[in-house]
Design a protein around this ligand. Structure first.
Ligand code: ATP
Ligand code: MG
Ligand code: MG
Length: 377
């Protein structure tokens, strides 16, 4: 049988591993953490740094194709592996999206609207940025930010120098804070033949910078939906992408703005595990292996809710009984050994004949879990 390599052992890698093994593949996971959620389910867990040449050599010899579950894999590792086997997505797409400066510049240069932004690399950039980007604004660190980490809200341009200092004088983008009608996202798969398949659009609600709830289908009109699908497909095309990619959008004053791109399956696509014919992880397997893409069609309205470590009492999980007693709720846990506040431990999907019903049940479950969970939450 064929063997697939996965760079990164988090929950996205774990759900990929499950899908791949279901389809008969062996999976080798590279992750320095011995307790990584994907590593513990893989056929083979290589516990080493992403730059470790022995590990990379081993992967390149063992694997028929290699993919990734996070955007911070070093470009040189992807380039090294690509000399020996298929690496999908390739180094260019991953490198471009791991830095907000290159990502936003790419979007701007290719005609995709974003919130107004300016690049800050050195002290001399501060004045121009404060002048060109209207306040209120958000200063975002260019690399390694996620779940709203490495972001600093600004009420006025005068706070910029101080905020940049707080972010360690690292390269940043200053972005106008736009009024959000709605946040939405879409997962798109693109095959080796250049054909793309878009999943239904998700409507996302964040709490404290972390995704809380996704509702599918998003409550947007057909015209906006069409723009979203076209835009995501065009982005995948412009990146000459092979694999699964997610695009996050803001809807502001009825207009579509691209927020960011993730070169991998996405948290807002976890509804596909239970509510579409092909999950985003099976789709990733198919795309990476050069197989025909699966059907992304939605089988039912669905609401996904994230389970954060805040719900745990110390290391004791909440009582899943009431969730499991509901026949239309599906629980997914990532097997993480340690629960911490803000850490994504799992999620659940609720399917119902209408989105309203799904949302009502999903919120009721969320309340029940909070009531039985920690009191500090
Ligand atoms: P992720 O975990 O999705 O990678 P991230 O840390 O990269 O998140 P962003 O997606 O840039 O962060 O921002 C997190 C959230 O903060 C957004 O989903 C949105 O709710 C809010 N936000 C970010 N930028 C803006 C903006 N320019 N205007 C309004 N809200 C914003
Ligand atoms: Mg991000
Ligand atoms: Mg985001």
């Amino acid at each position: 049988g064929a063997t697939l390599g996965m760079l990164g052992g988090g929950q996205l890698g774990r759900m990929f591993t499950i899908a791949a093994r279901n389809m008969g593949y062996e999976v080798v996971v590279l992750d320095p953490d011995p307790d990584s959620p994907a590593g513990m389910l893989a056929s083979d867990h290589v516990c080493a740094d992403y730059l470790d040449t022995t590990a990379l050599q081993y992967l390149s010899k063992t694997c028929d194709a290699i993919t990734t579950e996070f955007e911070n894999v070093p470009a040189e590792s992807l380039e090294y592996l690509a000399r020996h086997c298929d690496v999908r997505p390739g180094a260019r797409a991953v490198t471009l999206t791991q830095d907000r400066i290159s990502e936003k510049t790419f979007l701007h240069d290719n005609g995709f609207a974003t919130a107004p932004f300016a690049v800050i690399r050195e002290p001399a950039d501060l004045d121009a940025a404060a002048r060109t980007v209207p306040s209120p604004a958000i200063l975002k660190i260019a690399r390694f930010g996620y779940d709203g980490k490495g972001q600093y809200p600004l009420a006025s341009g005068e706070e910029l120098a101080g905020a940049w200092q707080e972010l360690g004088h690292n390269p940043c983008v200053l972005e106008q804070r736009v009024d959000l009608d709605l946040e939405i996202s879409v997962v798109v798969a693109r095959g080796t033949d250049g054909e793309s398949r878009c999943y239904p659009v998700a409507e996302n609600v964040h709490r404290h910078g972390i995704l809380d709830v996704s509702l599918v289908p998003a409550r947007i009109d057909a015209d906006l939906e069409q723009q979203v699908l076209e835009s995501a497909t065009a982005i995948a095309g412009a990146l000459d992408y092979v694999g699964v990619l997610a695009v996050e959008f803001f809807v502001s004053g009825g207009k579509l703005l691209v927020n960011e791109i993730a070169p991998r399956p996405h948290n807002s696509g976890h509804y596909t595990l239970d509510a579409t014919l092909t999950s985003q992880f099976e789709q990733q397997v198919r795309a990476v292996c050069g197989l025909p893409l699966g059907d992304p069609r939605l089988l039912s309205p669905v609401v996904m809710i994230n389970l954060l470590g805040d719900l745990w009492r110390g290391q004791t999980p909440p009582d899943w009984g009431t969730l499991l007693a509901r026949p239309n709720a599906k629980l997914h846990l990532y097997g993480k050994r340690e629960a911490r506040a803000g850490r994504k431990m799992g999620h659940y999907n609720v399917l119902a004949p209408t989105l309203d019903e799904a949302l009502h049940t999903a919120r009721a479950i969320q309340q029940q879990l909070a009531d039985t969970g920690t009191h500090e939450a």
